[in-house]
Design a protein around this ligand. Sequence first.
Ligand code: S3P
Length: 183
Amino acid sequence: MKTPANVILIGFMGSGKTRVAGLLSRKLGFQFLDMDRLIEEKERMPVADIFRVKGEDFFRSLERDLVRELTSKERQVIATGGGAWLDGENRSRLLAGGWCAWLKAGPEQVWDRVKARLSERPILAAAPDPILKIRELMESRRIAYEMAPVHIETDDRTPEEVAEELMSRLSKDHPFDLSELQK
Ligand code: S3P
């Protein structure tokens, strides 16, 4: 069976999208792409500075441009930014552009994973109570994230375990020959 054009990971900040996408890209022989890093390279500044200097709306328009660009290509494992999926146009393009999986994480584990480098997450860094902000944002985004066709639990699991589960779910949805894929 034909493999999906792209593998697309969505989900909240700190759910492990970048780490897992890197592992999956090696397993699949696909290119690894992290949307935030691509935006940072293009703008030559960190995401936090883009938010501070140019504003969130500007960042979201860069994000939409990038979704358009990436979904016109193939053989990529894409780690999306946590907010990219919330935009309806992005969601339609991502759903049409590949196999989309939601990496689910609870608020406590997200906090554990992001607290050491909070300054890199402008939405949380700006909040007076970041844990409360995580809970509120997560709840307000839940319905959108649930629209992803594949849901994977990441709490108390290593990125390797999550990547393994994704590989087995992917091969059930799209039975394929791995040796063909890695050519
Ligand atoms: C955001 C998540 C971040 C980054 C930006 C906004 C969000 O990406 O795009 O800070 O709105 O959830 P990560 O999910 O990679 O941290």
